[in-house]
Ligand binder design. Structure first.
Ligand SMILES: [Fe+2]
Length: 179
């Protein structure tokens, strides 16, 4: 009969409560693997949060004949961005690491830059968002690559779902500009 190999220092039964209390389960990841995955996820988190606030900014400040369309579209997108960033941060916690959680960290670590809150043409808003998507997609692709190298299917699947949605937003806002 094949013997089952247990991960070391992890409680072997549900009843091993003493050990469960003192030794958090490590899920079998090596520290260097956790480091690579959580760093890549934190880079996405920083960029995504700056992008999220930009969507809120544009939702509030858009004007002109596109107001009703864009006001609603930006709201739908920032709600989705809020869900995605929550999932990314919680995935980092799954590995026992700390997600970037302050505005300062997001601004310092993000390649996506804030837009000003002064009046901006709606086409320019859309072009800004298209640029954000392209940056986000690069960071998301990097996570897929790293997660796949570490055989981290959970992170890989989560991020692939985000990529599909952002690619669709990119198509739709590109089409909006092609009027
Ligand atoms: Fe609103």
């Amino acid at each position: 009969m094949a013997t089952v190999k247990h991960v070391e220092n992890v409680p072997q039964t549900q009843l091993d409560t003493n050990m469960a209390k003192t030794k958090p389960v490590k899920l079998g990841w090596k520290p260097e693997q956790i480091d690579k995955i959580s760093h890549a996820l934190n880079s996405v988190l920083a960029n995504y949060n700056v992008h999220f606030q930009k969507l809120r900014n544009f939702h509030w400040n858009v004007t002109g004949s596109d107001f009703f369309d864009l006001h609603l579209e930006f709201e739908a997108q920032y709600k989705e961005a809020a869900e995605h960033t929550d999932e990314i941060a919680e995935r980092i916690r799954v590995f026992g690491e700390t997600p970037f959680s302050t505005m300062k960290e997001y601004l310092d670590e993000s390649e996506i830059k804030e837009s000003s809150s002064t009046q901006m043409d709606s086409d320019l808003m859309v072009r800004e968002l298209l640029s954000d998507y392209r940056i986000l997609l690069q960071y998301l692709s990097a996570v897929v690559q790293i997660a796949s190298e570490q055989h981290d299917a959970g992170t890989e699947n989560m991020i692939k779902g985000f990529i599909k949605k952002i690619e669709k937003h990119h198509w739709m806002l590109s089409s909006f500009l092609a009027k």
